[in-house]
Design a binder for this molecule. Structure first.
Ligand code: PLP
Length: 282
């Protein structure tokens, strides 16, 4: 439970691209209860080494929680091999569940009896239909349920996950890296001369499945791409245009055309008709 004695310490990335691995390791101490990281960083796409950071946290007696939202379905994740404690994630990115699809939770088996769900509800109760006043958590993973699971939304995830399993995560990773390499090469030849910067690690093993490009007119370029060019990126302040590569169905042609359209938006100044006011969701 979070009480007054607990403090939240943030370890920033020096360049906004690479994860601050050395600084993280230095900040770990016997005082650390939990290290929490996005496995694939949502802004730059930097990919942490799950096994080594988990081991570093365990060495000082800390638990680790991995957010897999930008990894699951795009990057191989082996929670068992890394001896990870806890993981969470969403199913609406590379698992194709669509906005509002349910989240997921992983709790290593030996921790399931030791941890409690702070949002206790009847579905996590030992005897579901007891309706006793005394709350008794169920044994095992069920104690982390709160209310009735959203059955329709869960059912909709299944076909997307089945397609991923059929394709095979290693095949998808190989294609994703080829595609992000291709995008980075095109950035270098076509976009860098027009003021675009690369805000994602160029090294394959340090990258998830999206590529972020920076540009001082990033927001308005993003809006032009969405409204005039039939390409859907997203935007993160101050200047980050995120291009997600979903290897299951993104084609090389999609990537090429995106780059050519980005270039046209800048060289033909197509972004100038858009306002610099940011919409709520991009
Ligand atoms: C998308 C995402 C989530 C999912 O959050 P929801 O509340 O389910 O929308 C969580 N963490 C990160 C880093 C994400 O990118």
């Amino acid at each position: 439970m979070l009480d007054k004695q607990h403090q939240l310490e943030m370890v920033p990335s020096a360049d906004g691209i690479y994860g601050p691995v050395d600084a993280l390791q230095e900040s770990l101490s016997e005082q650390t209860a939990l290290l929490t990281l996005s496995h694939t960083v949502f802004k730059s796409g930097y990919l942490y080494d799950m096994a080594s950071l988990t081991a570093a946290a365990h060495a000082v007696g800390s638990l680790v929680l991995w957010d897999l939202s930008h990894s699951v379905g795009a990057v191989p994740v082996d929670l068992h091999a890394a001896n990870a404690d806890l993981a969470i994630g969403c199913t609406y990115k590379y698992l194709n569940g669509g906005p509002g699809a349910p989240a997921f939770l992983y709790v290593r088996r030996d921790l399931q009896e030791k941890l409690l769900n702070p949002l206790s509800g009847w579905m996590g109760q030992h005897n579901l239909f007891d309706f006793a006043l005394e709350y008794q958590p169920a044994a095992g993973l069920r104690r982390f349920l709160t209310g009735t699971p959203p059955m329709m939304s869960l059912a909709l995830i299944e076909p997307g996950v089945e397609l991923l399993l059929e394709a095979g995560i290693d095949n998808l990773r190989a294609k994703s890296l080829q595609q992000s390499d291709y995008l980075i090469q095109l950035w270098q030849s076509e976009l860098a001369p027009h003021g675009f910067t690369l805000k994602t690690p160029a090294e394959d093993h340090l990258r998830g499945s999206h590529v972020s490009l920076g540009h001082p007119e990033g927001l308005r370029i993003d809006l032009a791409l969405i409204n005039d060019m039939q390409v859907l990126p997203d935007f993160r302040a101050p200047d980050n245009i995120r291009l997600g590569i979903t290897p299951l169905y993104t084609t090389y042609r999609d990537i090429y055309q995106t780059v050519i359209r980005l270039k046209a938006i800048v060289t033909e100044r197509l972004y100038e008709k858009y306002s610099t006011d940011a919409p709520i969701v991009t």
